[in-house]
Design a protein around this ligand. Structure first.
Ligand SMILES: [Zn+2]
Length: 96
C-alpha cells in the first residue's frame, strides 16, 4: 500500500494512505492543496501542495477535484480529465 508522509501542525509527521487524501487543483495555478483528517487527532487539515507534491500525489493515485473556476464548463472539465489521463507530467496542464 502506498503511504504518503505529511505533517499535522499539532501531531507532527503522520502517515496516510492515498485514500485518506483529497487533492484540490485550480486550473492555471501552480500550487494545489490537499485535505486530510489527521489520523492521530482527527482534525481536518488542509495543506498547500507545490507542483512536485501535486505530481507525486497524482502519480500515487490520490483522488482530486478541480476547484476555483466558476465559469468552467463540463466540456472543459472533461477535456482536462482526458488530458490528465494521457499526460505523463500532469503539472504541465496546470501551467507550471
Ligand atoms: Zn493531528
Amino acid at each position: 500500500m502506498t503511504t504518503i508522509k505529511t505533517t499535522c501542525p499539532d501531531c507532527g509527521d503522520v502517515m496516510l494512505g492515498i485514500e485518506q487524501l483529497h487533492l484540490e487543483l485550480t486550473p492555471n495555478e501552480t500550487n494545489g492543496a490537499y485535505r486530510f483528517d489527521c489520523p492521530l487527532c482527527a482534525v481536518p487539515r488542509s495543506r498547500t501542495a507545490g507542483p512536485r507534491v501535486v505530481m507525486v500525489l497524482l502519480a500515487a493515485g490520490v483522488a482530486y477535484s478541480i476547484t476555483g473556476y466558476d465559469s468552467i464548463t463540463e466540456d472543459e472539465i472533461n477535456a482536462f480529465m482526458k488530458a490528465l489521463e494521457t499526460e505523463t507530467n500532469p503539472v504541465r496542464l496546470l501551467g507550471a
